[in-house]
Design a protein around this ligand. Structure first.
Ligand code: SAT
Ligand code: MN
Length: 595
């Protein structure tokens, strides 16, 4: 097997428990990838797309019940309930481990068990961490191959004794001899468990094959387990994109942005600036690992190696770079299939083709009142497919600004800046957003608080998480740390239409943000923070009415009185653990409004 004793012991333990038919160690070669992809096509698990249109690309269709993350079945399992905190589902390890051991027993019968060594972050980098995912899903293997650095290079590090996070995954669908395997095996909802054991650096995921439930390097490791490691080691694991911006004079700045799932992180990470002379390049679109370095600045690196983006809404207008990114070597999940064996999703073209095969494998005709693709359909593409990937994407980059944001139809202006870092922590803590299809939830569209866009991803007690941001603050000073902003591209008018054009036009706001990081005076103080002096905002060549601008930058006292009441109400989740920084900042906000 391997030369890592603890890895060998674990593999033997899991093999004995799950009783797979075969065991394969993933070496990470292109040939292995091609062979496994071909197997999936031959076994009816995947469809090969037209090689002339979409070379080396596959379409998978999930089971209709297994289409997104399942937050209700996601657990943080710590000895003490306090350590999971009020925002996580908690079950003690002594209760959860026996339940899940029972589920895992013989769960891989009739299947191949893959052992996937992987690195989150560039191989061997001081910011990086190693994991090993054991999975019985070829879909997971193919996706992990794209999303992480996998294979023998990591095995070499493990052979030299590297520590690793144990990531165990099964689709939860053992096969009896002769039983036919469905295209997308998975377990019923009540048997799905996405469990994290931070005290053991371990993840057990059972019953789902989809995205963040199953590609364990992503949300489970790089956010939930890594946020625990980050707390212990003094850094941050955040749900943030990383963007490089070069202004017309050639000045380079990097920003990060935290937005909940399916709120435009990928679009912002691949922005095509409308402002002349500005250049944007992508470092990451979903996760940032950040550390204060010796110069007192906060540096960020993308631990992933690929994009797992939402297809829905991706078009030449909204994100031409993403379209170029998915042109080949891509896995699509739950997109619709065209007659010429290519993929289609809502908004890809203005008009849908006449005929498609929908994500459930059924004929679909234009004019149908159901959509042909799933709203959480995804593409998996290597980072290196991105035509504007920054050359330094494998290096930590110093961050000038952190953006927080979400989908808020009312109340929150297009942009405001926090007065200082502590006020920024407060702004992160009160973030809210309309619920999207990225998680299975009946309340799509309803606004929920999603602090730091990390609500489903903080792997420990949220009060400690807020205090950890404070610890990071104490590692440096306001002058050197990134400036913190709150953006809302999603403000709507009385007819429920978006007011701000968004996408490339967001570069106008990014320009103001970078000016503010250099402290150019263009701002107006308001009780919630600093907003642009609209007269001096770069709105060149943009058609937008004065009324629209007034609404976009309005700080309405009545709406904010309601918002403050709702924050007071929301903060009750902390009970008596509400961190002082939040208490003080809420008090200051009320004072500024004279409430
Ligand atoms: O399915 S994932 O969790 O990987 C994507 C997302 O929800 O952001
Ligand atoms: Mn995400």
């Amino acid at each position: 097997m391997t030369k890592n004793v603890s890895l060998n012991d674990w593999i033997t333990e899991i093999q004995t428990l799950c009783t797979p038919d075969n065991v394969v160690i993933w070496n990470g070669t292109q040939k292995e990838y091609n062979d496994l992809a071909e197997d999936c096509v031959n076994n009816g698990k995947a469809i090969r797309l037209n090689p002339k249109k979409r070379p080396n690309s596959l379409l998978f269709r999930s089971h209709p019940s297994d289409v997104a993350r399942v937050e209700k079945r996601t657990f943080i399992s710590t000895t003490k309930k306090y350590d999971a905190g009020p925002t996580n589902n908690w079950v003690s390890p002594s209760k959860l481990k026996p339940i899940m051991t029972g589920l895992f027993r013989n769960s891989m019968a009739g299947r191949t068990m893959y052992i996937i060594p992987f690195s989150m972050g560039p191989i061997g980098h001081e910011f990086s961490k190693i994991g090993v995912e054991i999975s019985d899903s070829p879909y997971v293997v193919l996706n992990m191959h794209i999303m992480t650095r996998t294979g023998s290079r990591i095995l070499d590090m493990l052979n030299n004794g590297s520590e690793f996070v144990k990531c165990l995954h099964s689709v939860g669908y053992p096969l009896k001899p002769g039983q036919i395997d469905p295209a997308w095996p998975c377990a019923p909802m009540e048997d799905k468990y996405i469990s994290h054991f931070p005290e053991d650096n371990m993840i057990w995921s059972y019953g789902s094959g989809y995205g963040g439930n199953a590609l364990l390097g992503k949300k489970c490791f790089a956010l939930r387990i890594a946020s625990n490691q980050a707390r212990n080691e003094g850094w941050l694991a955040e749900h943030m994109l990383i963007l490089k911006l070069t202004d017309p004079k050639g000045n380079i700045n990097y920003i990060t942005g935290a937005f909940p799932s399916a709120c435009g992180k990928t679009n912002l990470a691949m922005i095509n600036p409308s402002l002349e002379g500005w250049k944007a390049e992508t470092c990451g679109d979903d996760i940032a690992w950040m550390r204060v370095q010796n110069d007192g600045r906060l540096y960020a690196i993308n631990p992933e190696n690929g994009f797992f983006g939402v297809t829905s809404g991706t078009s030449e207008k909204s994100n031409p770079v993403a379209l170029a990114t998915v042109k080949d070597n891509t896995i699509f999940t739950n997109a619709a299939l065209t007659d010429d064996m290519d993929v289609w999703w809502e908004d890809l073209t203005e008009e849908a083709p006449n005929h498609l095969i929908d994500w459930k494998g059924k004929d679909w005709y234009r004019g149908s009142d159901i959509r042909p693709d799933h709203p959480n359909a995804r593409f998996t593409s290597p980072l290196t497919n991105c035509p504007i990937l920054a050359k330094e994407y494998e290096e930590p980059v110093p961050i000038s600004a952190i953006l927080f944001g979400g989908r808020r139809p009312t109340t929150i202006p297009l942009i405001h800046q926090s007065y200082d870092f502590l006020h920024g922590i407060f702004i992160g803590s009160i973030m809210g957003s309309q619920i999207t299809a990225a998680a299975i939830d009946a309340n799509i569209g309803k606004v929920r608080r999603d602090p730091f866009a990390m609500l489903p991803f903080i792997g420990y007690n949220i009060a400690d998480y807020i205090n950890h941001w404070l610890d990071i603050y104490h590692q440096s000073t306001d002058a050197l740390l990134p400036k913190i902003f709150f953006v809302n591209w999603f403000r709507r008018d009385e007819n429920n239409k978006y007011i701000w054009p968004g996408f490339g036009e967001n570069s106008r706001i990014l320009k103001w943000i970078l000016e503010r990081t250099k402290d150019y005076a263009n701002y107006k103080p308001t009780p919630i923070g600093m907003i642009p002096d609209v007269a001096r905002l770069d709105l060149s060549n943009l058609k937008i009415s004065k009324g629209a601008l007034d609404t976009l930058f309005e700080v309405n006292r009545d709406a904010w009185t309601e918002e403050i009441n709702s924050i007071d109400e929301y903060y009750k989740i902390y009970k008596d653990t509400l961190p002082n920084v939040l208490k003080n900042q809420l008090h200051l906000l009320k004072e500024r409004f004279k409430i």
